[in-house]
Design a protein around this ligand. Structure first.
Ligand code: ADP
Ligand code: MG
Length: 320
């Protein structure tokens, strides 16, 4: 339960874990449905590789699937999941139903658990891919449930999360439904600008500048988009950072990007940017906190200056 609390703080953490699993599965289409901001229901459906029937129960045993057991440390975090505790943690505090079918199998498999106890499992016809439905989150922990914010606040967090992932994975068609209404759809055609358009609209997108700089010495690169100074915002919600397309939080990168705009923005205004840092997995620690995803770069100064240089270069191309 304590481990569960670290992974599953609120509905958006459920969405994040399920979304990352769907991305890891190679899906080209992912639909996220939430009701009441996920406090009532979170459902994530993908068309990815699916899970073979005999492996479904194993996925719910804590750490059974932990990829940290792999000795090949270089690619151990090549997928977003690497602890094998998301599904068991979510299952411990909710009612969860999984339906899954690998593409090359004719029958699918369905398993339901209530508060971590299997209540149903067996083969079932279903679409290729995986659908996971989580309801009654923290229903077995009234104290914890009380701490959830309003459905509106949770909805906003989910919207923000799915939006950010849409920017990092323009080749995936995302669809988000809030209480039955589509609140985000992306084309999934691999065009980063079209993902930006879907998330930020045309006003912002038309003034987004392409960022791309590589450090020949380390091989690190920084890529993505930065808004022209004319597109500024009153807060940092529009700053998104990824490492190898894994969503992260990084004050260091915020500072680097904001500094690149020095003199270009009015006070209390922040840039819009979606920046991906590409570097060897061995050069970054991503596991310092299971949910927060604040990362530690081994060569922090290099990443800082590269990010700043990359954004400055983009802004130069914008000057008249
Ligand atoms: P982790 O992602 O850290 O491995 P999870 O608990 O999130 O752990 O998932 C357990 C395992 O279940 C995954 O490693 C993966 O093999 C399988 N799995 C979960 N969700 C999906 C999905 N949407 N599609 C395919 N496989 C999945
Ligand atoms: Mg996972």
């Amino acid at each position: 339960m304590i481990a569960a609390g670290e992974v599953v703080e609120r509905p958006v953490s459920v969405v994040k874990e399920l979304l990352e699993n769907s991305i890891d599965s190679g899906a080209s289409q992912i639909t996220v449905e939430v009701k009441s901001g996920g406090t009532e229901l979170v459902r994530v459906v993908d068309n990815g590789q699916g899970i073979p029937a005999d492996e479904v129960p194993i996925a719910f045993y804590r750490h059974a699937t932990s990829k940290l057991a792999d000795t090949d440390s270089l690619d151990r975090v090549a997928t977003m999941g690497f602890r094998g505790e998301a599904l068991p943690s979510i299952a411990a505090v909710s009612r969860i139903v999984i339906q899954t079918r690998p593409h090359d199998e004719t029958a699918g498999f369905r398993m339901a658990l209530n508060w971590g106890e299997a209540v149903e499992s067996g083969s079932e016809g279903c679409a290729a891919g995986t659908a996971v439905e989580v309801s009654d989150l923290f229903g077995n922990q009234p104290a914890r449930r009380k701490f959830l914010r309003s459905p509106q606040a949770e909805t906003a967090r989910v919207q923000e999360l799915v939006s950010r992932y849409s920017l990092a994975f323009p080749e995936i068609r995302f669809r988000l439904e809030n209480d039955g209404r589509a609140s985000l759809t992306t084309p999934g055609n691999g065009q980063p600008r079209e993902a930006l358009l879907a998330v930020y609209g045309s006003q912002v997108t038309k003034d987004m500048l392409e960022v791309h700089v590589e450090d020949p010495e380390t091989g690190y690169s920084v890529e993505g988009f930065a808004g022209a100074p004319s597109v500024s915002r009153a807060n940092r919600t529009y700053l998104t950072f990824f490492v190898n397309r894994r969503l992260i939080q990084s004050r260091m990168l915020s500072f680097a990007v904001e500094e690149a705009y020095t003199g270009l923005l009015q006070v209390k205004r922040y840039p819009v940017a979606a920046i991906n840092v590409v570097l060897p997995y061995a050069d970054v620690d991503v596991n310092s906190h299971p949910a927060k995803r604040e990362v530690r770069f081994h060569q922090e100064n290099r990443v800082f200056s590269l990010a700043q240089r990359a954004v400055r270069a983009a802004l130069m191309t914008d000057s008249p």
